[in-house]
Design a protein around this ligand. Structure first.
Ligand code: GNR
Ligand code: NI
Length: 175
């Protein structure tokens, strides 16, 4: 079990474009394990490698949703290596997003409500699927990280500045 420090805005590495994973090997699998430890501890529902200082095209997601209303959260860890979005729907959905790199700040972001995606898992096996709902939102949010994009970049300038002001205030209060 290893917890990795999570980079926060305005760390310049969060603006880097992550590079493809060349080989899905034990080193990558060890990083994936540490990323799950870090994500569950945070807690969060997704984490991109660049958020822990490794600018590679790799991310993990676990929505930890209850199987049925009111039930216990069920762990369903998913690993996405070198993910690609093949198609995006014209129809959009709005969701109040947060980000471990913009701690405790939330704002509504509009994104396509269905995407077709392809990726490799931690064994190097390829998957192609249509994703919707929170999983589709989360994958798009994580894939933005691979391009150096944060959810606040999708907001109007006014809303983005409000979020950054609240973040600065929170940091002042915590200091
Ligand atoms: O934990 C997280 N919650 C979340 C909520 C709505 C949309 C996206 C996310 S991802 C976020 C964790 C994170 O920062 N991943 O990059
Ligand atoms: Ni994020």
């Amino acid at each position: 079990m290893a917890l990795l420090p999570i980079l926060e805005t305005p760390h310049p590495m969060l603006r880097e474009i992550s590079t493809p994973v060349e080989a899905v090997d034990d080193e990558i699998r060890a990083l994936v394990a540490d990323m799950f430890d870090t994500m569950y501890a945070a807690p969060g529902i997704g984490l991109a490698a660049v958020q822990v200082g490794v600018p590679k095209r790799l991310l993990v997601i676990d929505l930890q949703e209850p199987e049925e209303e009111g039930g216990e959260p069920v762990r369903k860890p998913m690993v996405f290596i070198n993910p690609e979005i093949l198609e995006k729907s014209e129809t959009m959905q709005v969701y109040s997003e947060g980000c471990l790199s913009v701690p405790d700040q939330y704002a509504e972001v509009e994104r396509p409500d269905h995407i077709r995606a392809r990726w490799l898992d931690e064994h190097g096996n390829s998957h192609e699927k249509e994703l919707e709902g929170l999983l589709g939102i989360c994958l798009q949010h994580e894939m933005d990280h691979l391009e150096g994009i944060l959810f606040i970049d999708h907001l109007s300038r006014l809303k983005r500045e409000m979020v950054l002001k609240k973040l600065a205030k929170q940091r002042r209060m915590a200091a």
